[in-house]
Design a protein around this ligand. Structure first.
Ligand code: ZN
Ligand code: ZN
Length: 368
């Protein structure tokens, strides 16, 4: 039997599994870098009238002047920063409600259950954890997030020359390349930031909170230590936009997309081979990859192409990879529908994983 060496920042099993040929993995990753920004560009163009409406409303609003007075202790804040905070808060809240509302409907009314990924009963989050997560998210949406946007992100983007006015919206080609650059920078920073959080000291001090959810729900994606929020959300979300000097509207669109992506990645649903996945409205590979990261907590730190490139998907591949994990979910769902307790409902599906007391402790929500 293969032996699990460690569920850390560089998890390896011995013997190493076959990672397969490079070409299909790289071709799929590069195609996504072309396809997704194209989809995001269409969304940006579609939403630009809404951007214009919010811009006008904020500039004419007496609330803008009141907020400026309230934050006058920060002399670098101007009306454009208030606009940035309000616009981004609307975009983030709208996508949070849309993404999480969609998956809550699927969970509550048991719709599309054949797309569920495998779960054991022991992996279900306790009510106290769900309550803590929702409280934390309400605080970060209403307090932490707006303050970071108002005092740092907005002024910073202005300082690098990001346009605000609706008349300065970039043409299609500029929008596409700026979003493509942002996508690559975001995925790169997230992978390495997340992998760094799996070093033992940082895991125990910071990242363990996010892994309190083992069988995740969509809102679990935002349940994290505030330092993790900064390291793997705010900084990767904004860096490419700063470097390219992206228009404020693209910042709003990017956050709107990413918040929905975070919800999907933690939803426990994988829409592989659906039309939504093919056109980029869903990201099935990323959803399966990150779901496995939570349920097994060994490797799968980011975009599947990065995990493949840097050899951090040993346990995933040994368990059958994306196809094997999805199939495991389908079998568990079919068994549940037939009223038969499935392997995944009884316990961890892989003997390989049961061989590691370290993983077993993590699956029980304990420390490394
Ligand atoms: Zn993690
Ligand atoms: Zn996660």
């Amino acid at each position: 039997m293969a032996k699990l060496i460690g569920a850390t920042a560089s998890p390896r099993i011995n013997p190493r599994p076959d990672y397969g040929p490079a070409l299909p993995v790289l071709a799929k990753g590069i195609w996504r870098i072309i396809q997704l920004p194209l989809l995001y560009t269409c969304l940006a163009k579609l939403l630009s009238p809404s951007y214009a409406a919010v811009h006008v409303a904020v500039l004419r609003s007496s609330a803008t002047a009141a907020i400026l007075r309230a934050v006058s202790f920060a002399p670098w804040v101007v009306a454009d920063d208030v606009f940035f905070m309000v616009g981004l808060s609307i975009a983030v809240s709208a996508s949070y409600i849309l993404g999480n509302g969609f998956f809550a409907i699927l969970d509550n009314y048991r719709l599309l259950q054949h797309y569920r990924l495998p779960r054991t009963r022991a992996q279900a989050p306790p009510a106290s954890l769900v309550r803590r997560a929702l409280q934390k998210e309400a605080f970060s949406h209403c307090v932490t997030g707006p303050l970071i946007m108002l005092l740092a992100a907005g002024p910073g983007l202005r300082a690098v020359g990001s346009p605000v006015a609706i008349g300065l919206l970039p043409p299609w080609a500029t929008t596409w390349w700026q979003l493509a650059a942002q996508l690559v920078i975001n995925e790169t920073m997230f992978y390495f930031g997340h992998r760094m959080l799996h070093t033992e000291p940082l895991y125990l001090a910071i990242h363990k909170q996010h892994h309190s959810f083992i069988g995740t729900r969509s809102f679990a994606g935002e349940y994290a230590h505030v330092l993790e929020d900064v390291l793997t959300a705010y900084i990767p979300f904004l860096t490419g936009l700063f470097i390219t000097g992206a228009h404020f509207h693209l910042v709003f669109v990017w956050f709107f997309i990413r918040v929905i992506g975070v919800a999907e990645g933690h939803s426990g649903y994988c829409f592989k081979n659906t039309i939504f996945d093919r056109i980029g409205l869903a990201n099935a590979s990323a959803a399966a990859n990150h779901d496995f990261h939570h349920t097994r907590n060994s490797g799968n730190f980011g975009h599947p192409m990065y995990d493949w490139l840097f050899g951090t998907m040993d346990v995933y591949l040994a368990a059958g990879g994306e196809a094997g994990y999805i199939e495991m979910g389908r079998k568990a769902n079919a068994a549940a529908n037939a009223g038969v307790p499935s392997a995944s409902a009884r316990g961890p599906p892989s003997a390989l994983l049961r061989s590691s007391p370290r993983v077993a402790r993590q699956q029980a929500g304990q420390s490394l």
